[in-house]
Design a binder for this molecule. Structure first.
Ligand code: PLP
Length: 383
């Protein structure tokens, strides 16, 4: 499976979940909760609490909005791709007024544009700025510190919400140091877990805003969750066995070291891009500074359907590649290179792509795989 999430779950995590479910109101469970919540703060690089929901990432999107905002509040969002578009749809369904800045699906959020939009908002009607750090549909990463600086440059009070569902634990991300108010994340990508958990890391400013936010909420309410977490519990039945897995995932990440996790992802992403260029194909992202280190979206040559190519790869080699979503459906395929992933897994992935291109009759050069191997060899000689 080489889609950009869910990612392959390593054996160590599978084994860690293979235990009887324990009483979630008992002392052993409380110890597990405390371990996990403290480890998560390290992974999110957050001084504040991280809230864990038994939900997919979409739930954590909703949780962030309903805890912070009131009906009719104005929020600023950017069309980086399909996931930004879905977050906008969710916000509108909740009764928020979304200013959606159009984008070309090939580049990240422009900090100068953000600054000028906020500068025009002299009445401070915009209550929140929402950004997808790593657009999983396009393989484009936005520069979160630059966006924070843009908000600060004009002293705008908007809350800053960032979706890190396909970047957390793969691409460097610092919730507190980068001044983010709510970080949204999910279990099924860099954390190497099955789907089913999602997260809100929250700042003090966010906690204060939650005191007066009036959007209806029950299941997602932070206050009740934080009170229960203090005693090592949850306000409802938690996903106990996924939490066993999460504890193991955090151990694996901290044993490797977050810096080494990020540099491994950077190395494998660069090797992938070299393969794409070696095939004579084009990476969807047009800005090298915004290349994603967790996935690469590859443009198909004119007249060739990405889904037909993916079908060939799946049928011949039993490998799933990511499809093009929304506006780029059929035009791109996506190679996931995140989570439990290494040089030899990438070699197999790129081999499958290269053989699939031949079998599907997609014009390409044969240098792709070799260029990636040469790059990985050089990069490893420097480790
Ligand atoms: C960047 C991003 N945001 C949000 C989501 C939605 O998460 P979920 O499908 O877990 O609800 C995804 C899913 O892939 C994603 O990649």
């Amino acid at each position: 499976m080489q889609i950009p999430g869910p990612t392959n779950v390593p054996d160590r995590i599978l084994r860690a979940m293979d235990f009887p479910t324990i009483d979630h109101r008992g002392p052993a469970f409380a110890a597990l909760t405390r371990d996990v919540l403290s480890g998560l703060k390290t992974v999110f690089q957050s001084d504040g609490p991280v809230i864990v929901y038994p939900a997919s990432g979409t739930g954590a999107w909703e949780a962030a909005l309903v805890n912070l905002l009131s009906p009719g509040d104005r929020v600023l969002m950017f069309e980086t791709g399909q996931f930004a578009t879905l977050w906008r749809q969710l916000a509108e369904r909740l009764g928020l007024e979304v200013a959606f800045v159009p984008g070309d699906w090939r580049s990240g959020v422009d900090a100068a544009r953000l600054e000028s939009l906020l500068a025009e908002d002299r009445a401070h009607d915009i209550k929140a700025v929402c950004v997808v750090h790593n657009e999983t549909s396009t393989g484009v990463t936005s520069d979160i510190p630059a966006l924070r600086r843009a908000i600060d440059a004009i002293g705008h009070p908007a809350l800053f919400l960032v979706d890190t569902i396909s970047s957390l634990a793969s691409i460097d991300y610092r919730h507190t140091a980068w001044g983010v108010d709510v970080t949204v994340a999910g279990s099924q990508k860099g954390l190497m877990l099955p789907p089913g958990l999602s997260f809100n890391a929250v700042s003090e400013k966010a906690l204060a805003a939650a005191e007066t936010a009036r959007l209806p909420k029950s299941y997602w309410g932070w206050q009740e969750m934080l009170r229960a977490n203090e005693a090592g519990h949850f306000p409802y039945t938690p996903a106990t066995n996924l939490l066993y897995g999460l504890k193991e995932a955090i151990s694996m990440l901290l044993e490797e070291g977050l810096d080494r996790v990020f540099s491994r992802h950077a190395r494998l992403a660069e090797a992938t891009r070299r393969a794409v260029r070696g095939w004579g194909l084009e990476v969807l992202c047009t800005d090298p500074a915004a290349y994603s280190n967790s996935l690469t979206a590859v443009l198909m040559p004119e007249g060739h359907d990405a889904d037909a190519f993916r079908k060939t790869v799946l049928e011949r080699f039993d490998m799933s590649l990511g499809n093009g979503l929304g506006k780029v459906q059929g035009k791109v395929f996506r190679i996931g290179h995140l989570g439990d992933f290494n040089e030899l897994m990438l070699t197999a992935t790129l081999s499958g792509v290269q053989m699939g291109l031949s079998l599907a009759g997609v014009p390409h050069e044969k240098a792709g795989l070799q260029d990636a191997l040469d790059y990985m060899t050089r990069a490893n000689s420097r480790l």
